[in-house]
Design a protein. Structure first.
Length: 304
């Protein structure tokens, strides 16, 4: 038997293989028609179609009964292999987590203190233990663009403008407050009139300062006198702790220092200083199970 054309698997009606397989298992067309709940004439026609596709006789029928040709026996063995593979599909899918290998790239702003995000990472790691989590800390402004350009799989950041091509899943609201050290002359006070502190030395977080914080600071004339600048929150907090100046910092990032009396929040919770943080992904990129399952975990935790 010589198969003539390329792309045979694409053009073949795979249902004909199923019919042929049943014919062989039933040891004839008559019994196969009962198993498949089809007319004998339909089964005979489909067998003829398959033989025409292959250009070979697959079985012999006559007074001596039903018998496979050599070509028919070879095709039956192929059909057995196909059925075995298909039977394995449900189990393969159920255990897919154990077989997913690769890397999930995440870009996030620094020092996120949020239990839900930790739970997402923990649950994802337990379900897909062979996926490597590659987490980079970058300024918030470039994270959405990195996701849009497929330079990273997932972004975690506040956003000033939402791109229509991207997906934004709300993670949490991050409260920022103005802090001073225990050595600072404002320690213990609560500031409501910001004109009182326009001349105070400020520590700012440079390129990593969220736009919302920048707008608030400039609106109230704060930060014209710089005591220090760092794009890393740890260093901005360090400068604040030594009393170099006052600084806007995330509330969750200062819990221990406030508890120990090393830092003092000079402001109450202010809406304009509360940032919505999103998990950002790109639905239009080629499908990736690694990314897809991470988003499923994000959605699952949002409903709990």
């Amino acid at each position: 038997m010589t198969l003539r054309r390329k792309g045979f698997a694409t053009s073949l009606n795979w249902n004909l293989l199923k019919v042929f397989h049943q014919i062989v298992l039933a040891n004839g067309i008559t019994a196969a028609s009962v198993l498949l709940s089809r007319k004998q004439s339909t089964i005979s026609h489909q067998l003829k179609q398959l033989e025409d596709e292959l250009g070979a006789r697959l079985c012999l029928r006559g007074p001596s009964g039903f018998k496979l040709t050599d070509e028919g026996q070879a095709l039956f063995e192929y059909c057995e292999c196909i059925q075995t593979k298909i039977d394995e599909v449900p189990n393969k899918l159920n255990n897919l987590a154990e077989e997913i290998h690769g890397q999930l790239k995440l870009q996030t702003i620094s020092n996120l203190v949020i239990q839900r995000f930790d739970q997402i990472l923990l649950s994802y790691n337990r379900q897909y233990p062979f996926v490597e989590l590659d987490i980079s800390i970058v300024p918030w402004e470039g994270i959405s663009k990195a996701v849009l350009r497929n330079q990273t799989d997932i972004g975690i950041a506040p956003v000033s403008v939402q791109f229509s091509d991207l997906r934004y899943d709300f993670l949490f609201s991050e409260v920022h407050r103005l802090y001073c050290s225990k050595e600072h002359h404002l320690f213990g006070q609560v500031i409501t009139d910001f004109t009182q502190i326009t001349n105070e030395p400020f520590v700012i977080t440079g390129n990593d300062e969220p736009e919302q914080i920048t707008k608030f600071r400039l609106k109230h004339g704060l930060g014209h006198r710089l005591a220090g600048i760092s794009s890393h929150l740890e260093e901005a907090k360090r400068l604040t702790l030594i009393g170099a100046g006052i600084c806007f910092l995330p509330e969750g990032f200062t819990v221990n220092e406030v508890k120990d009396g090393l830092l003092w929040p000079l402001t109450e919770v202010i809406k304009d200083l509360t940032l919505d943080i999103f998990i950002i992904s790109h639905p239009q990129t080629p499908e990736s199970l690694i990314r897809q399952y991470f988003i499923k975990e994000v959605i699952r935790t949002s409903t709990e």
